[in-house]
Design a protein around this ligand. Structure first.
Ligand code: 1YM
Length: 685
């Protein structure tokens, strides 16, 4: 090593790498696992840049048993000619000069930034050895660098060329760059590359760079060893062959970030089949986005600047959100989907259930924030916003997207309704709490126990049944909330009016956990919320209304399995002399019970809960040891929502048809259709 001679220029170069050695954290963030992967990303980034510039179409990453890793692309190959200023080869400049500041051509490499793009020299500085092989113009070129301890200088010399770049053979038609290196274990606390980390990032890069094929091979493990990851399609294929080849996976997405969105929405209820996709440019800022709405309520925006994730957001996200809000409000107005006197939608209305990927490419990026993953360039905002508006307008102008935009506006209308309703409910609840909280609580026969896990709230149809239930209950853990008659004829009312409904407000305050976005499961007063309604049309309707309400405004309550439906019997089979008394919950059971009671049986058909005595109600419907409870779980939020819109929404035709079809309330519970009803385990309580 020491034989190598360097001119003055080279010495400053080596001092540059010394600086990296001295303070690795300044260049790669940390010397932990994150930093370790960072030196791999430096090399990968150069290959991706080459692909982004249109010269490379595939990248192969390989992790070896000795802990080293290689990256290969089929691009032009790093320049091999002598750099005029430093008098050394382009390859040597790239791997020994910090920042490779003047990557030969400023124009090609302008979209790098942040910690990324500090250059391949950092990787070299922090590796035990690094080998480069370039295929260019028919020739193969090779160069090696290494780090070693210099006894004389009593310090580590890092990234030192073993010899200058030299021609080692011919390459034929082949062209590209291969970089292979071993991270220095005296620098990093761990030198184990994480397959899942590498795989995740390469997949992301494949999404972000449409059409680029990236393969990842891990020689440390065989195909069938890596199966705990969802991204192991490759592994599974190899598994079929029963091979012991290394694990390998290939990522390539023709649709780019549109495929990314499809992937993120896999298994979700999508409002429209294909994501909306657009790519444009304004003031030197390249903007690409893909969006798709789902039936969910949260927003999922994944943004990137120069292929770097920006989970902390920043000005590009502001522009993106602003653009969506502006364009969609304009669209809704132009198409008379907002009434003249009505206010605009809020941005959040359009973002309910939105899955989006935003990819921005620009020069001189400034990263800020806790983790330096927030775009701090204010000048990015307006061009991004313009591109988004322009892109969405172009998409909306396409006749085949008309339905999609209508769906989006419809979804926003729903979101706005909920938002307004939740606000009103909160305001009313606040007002009510101060003025006549007594009347609210008055209806509720609260239990005395304070343990929410044990407590049950029976929401009972009708004052009369409510009265019976109050007599029947065990006051320690059972609360009764009677609902008057048919209180909530919401069919023709908007949801905000449902929330203004006094019964609903009573339920909200009884449960004690808030409503809508503020709903907090931790504050729940009852772990069993049991709907007890008559087995007739009205009862079914009330149950629908309550479930709609829970689905929409207290979804976590349903998801956590706190909602139940109480099942009163439909028949009593008995003997006049009192020697037999049986209950039947459906017609099939009725036949069985008649047989059991035998000659002289009498049948009473219960038309409502009110016909039962307290004792009967207790033993058939309320006693945890004997009752029939069915737990309401959302088998499929989409299906449930759909059912509720059919029943409650504007689609009157659908509702009528649905009710007719399910008019037999005894046997085939209409909810069996779409909502899974699980029999409560009989050993509960
Ligand atoms: C496995 C890593 O580094 N590929 C790569 C890098 C470069 C080029 C091609 C390249 C760039 C240019 C011209 C140019 C780089 N070159 C430089 C520098 N893969 C990998 N492929 N010809 C080839 O920018 O004009 C830095 S990276 F600075 F030498 F040009």
């Amino acid at each position: 090593m020491a034989e190598n001679h360097y001119d003055a220029g080279d010495i400053t170069i080596l001092e540059g790498l010394d600086a990296v050695r001295l303070r690795p954290g300044m260049y790669i963030g940390s010397t932990g696992t994150k930093g370790l992967h960072h030196i791999l990303w430096e090399i990968v980034d150069n290959a991706v840049d080459e692909a982004a510039n249109g010269y490379a179409s595939r990248i192969d990453v390989r992790i070896y048993k000795d802990g080293s890793v290689s990256v290969e692309d089929d691009g032009r190959g790093i320049p091999t000619d002598i750099h005029p200023k430093t008098k050394v080869s382009g390859v040597q400049v790239v791997f020994t000069q910090l920042h490779a500041g003047g990557k030969f051509d400023e124009h090609n490499y302008s979209f790098s930034g942040g910690l990324h793009g500090v250059g391949a020299s950092v990787t070299n500085a922090l590796s035990k050895w690094l080998k480069v092989r370039v295929c260019k113009d028919g020739s193969a070129w090779e160069m090696q660098f290494r780090s070693y301890y210099d006894e004389q200088k009593q310090k580590v010399e890092s990234g030192v060329p073993v010899e200058p770049l030299k021609k080692t053979g011919s390459c034929g038609q082949k062209h590209g760059t291969l970089v292979h290196f071993l991270p220095d274990d005296t620098v990093f606390s761990s030198v184990q590359f994480q397959l899942s980390t590498v795989s995740h990032r390469l997949k992301e890069l494949a999404f972000l760079n449409k059409g680029l094929t990236i393969t990842l091979t891990d020689e440390r493990i065989t195909a069938n060893e890596f199966s705990d990851d969802e991204e192991d399609e490759g592994a599974r294929q190899l598994d079929l062959i029963g091979a012991t080849q290394p694990y390998s996976v290939t990522f390539c997405y023709r649709g780019g970030i549109a495929d990314f969105v499809s992937y993120l929405n896999e298994g979700k209820n999508r409002l429209y089949a294909q994501p909306l996709y657009y790519k444009g440019e304004r003031d030197g800022i390249h903007v690409e986005f893909a969006i798709q709405h789902t039936g969910e309520f949260t927003e999922n925006l994944f943004s990137f600047v120069n292929n770097i994730p920006t989970p902390e957001g920043g000005f590009h996200e502001m522009g993106f959100r602003g653009g969506i809000t502006r364009m969609l409000n304009d669209y809704a107005r132009d198409n008379k989907l907002i009434k003249e006197k009505d206010a605009n939608f809020l941005g959040e209305d359009f973002r309910e259930g939105l899955t989006a990927v935003l990819s921005v490419k620009m020069k001189n990026v400034q990263f800020e924030g806790q983790t330096k993953t927030k775009l701090g360039n204010p000048e990015a905002r307006s061009p991004v916003e313009s591109c988004v508006v322009e892109g969405l307008r172009a998409l909306a102008a396409d006749a085949k997207n008309k339905k999609i935009f209508e769906e989006i506006i419809k979804k926003a209308q729903g979101a706005a309704r909920v938002r307004i309703a939740a606000r009103q409910a909160k305001d009313t609840a606040r007002a009510k709490n101060s003025i006549d909280s007594l009347t609210l609580v008055g209806k509720l026969a609260a239990c005395s126990g304070r343990k929410a896990e044990l407590n049950e709230l029976f929401i009972v149809e009708g004052d009369s049944a409510g009265g019976t239930a109050k007599q029947a209950r065990i006051r320690q853990f059972q609360s009764i909330l009677p609902l008057r008659g048919k209180p909530l004829n919401v069919e023709k009312k908007r949801l905000d009016q449902v929330l203004a409904n006094e019964e609903i407000r009573t339920i909200i305050s009884a449960l004690g956990a808030g409503v809508g976005n503020d709903f907090n499961l931790d504050k729940l007063n009852y772990h069993k919320v049991i709907i007890l309604s008559d087995a007739d049309q009205d009862g079914f309707h009330i149950r629908c209304i309550l479930l709609t309400f829970f689905f929409r405004y207290m979804r976590p309550l349903v998801n956590a399995g706190h909602v139940y439906i109480g099942m009163p019997p439909l028949y009593k089979v008995y003997k006049q002399n009192g020697s037999a008394e049986e209950y039947a919950y459906d017609d099939k059971e009725l036949a069985e019970k008649i047989e059991k009671v035998g000659r002289g049986y009498l049948v009473q058909r219960y038309k409502g809960l009110g016909e039962m005595s307290a004792e009967q109600l207790w033993k058939t419907t309320m006693d945890p040891m004997r009752r029939n409870l069915t737990q309401v779980t959302i088998e499929d939020a989409a299906a449930a929502e759909d059912m509720i819109t059919t029943l409650m929404g504007d689609r009157v035709e659908g509702r009528k048809e649905f009710l007719n079809r399910n008019a037999n309330f005894n046997k085939a519970d209409p909810f069996m259709d779409k909502v899974k009803l699980k029999k409560e385990a009989s050993d509960e309580a």
